[in-house]
Design a protein around this ligand. Structure first.
Ligand code: DAT
Ligand code: MG
Length: 147
């Protein structure tokens, strides 16, 4: 089954949005395979956002993502990577549709509440950066047949 790395960013944790965001993925029918509250070390932040290292916003991005705890998760389900991106909404909250997480809860692109992997390659890469094998729980929910 497909897996995605999803993370409530420091602004989302500070604004008490962890429960709301977890609930959206649960209600959708996806399965939580791992989750932890952590403060990202600078080296991990730079690695995670490596694709953006030459962008003008890179420094701000790294200092923001390391500025307080995040809630890192792995969610599992059919087409979860693409569906989670839809549920998150556009990167710039001003362009994110109402009903999406960023559309409902964020204003600025630099504080857009949530991260989600954008491809199967990035999902695999990000899962391995943030979670070891022991932290990943493999189980079946009885509702799976109904989703
Ligand atoms: P996404 O998080 O939707 O995958 P991305 O990978 O293009 O978007 O960028 C990573 C993060 O960097 C994004 O969530 C917020 C920040 N960011 C992107 N574009 C930005 C910009 N023009 N100015 C400031 N921050 C930006
Ligand atoms: Mg991205």
């Amino acid at each position: 089954m497909e897996k995605s790395f999803i993370m409530v960013k420091p602004d989302g944790v500070q604004r008490n949005l962890v429960g709301e965001i977890v609930q959206r993925f649960e209600k959708k029918g996806f399965t939580l395979a791992a989750g932890k509250l952590m403060t990202i070390p600078r080296e991990l932040a730079e690695e995670h956002y490596g694709e953006h290292k030459d962008k003008p916003f890179f420094e701000n991005l790294v200092s923001f993502i390391t500025s307080g705890p995040v809630f890192a998760m792995i969610w599992e389900g059919e087409d979860v990577i693409k569906t989670a991106r839809k549920m998150m909404g556009a990167t710039n909250p001003a362009e994110a549709e109402p009903g999406t997480i960023r559309g409902d809860y964020a204003v600025q692109v630099s504080m857009n509440v949530i991260h989600g992997s954008d491809s199967s390659e990035s999902a695999q890469r990000e899962i391995n950066l943030f979670f070891n094998e022991k932290e990943q729980v493999d189980y079946q929910k009885t509702m799976t047949d109904w989703v």
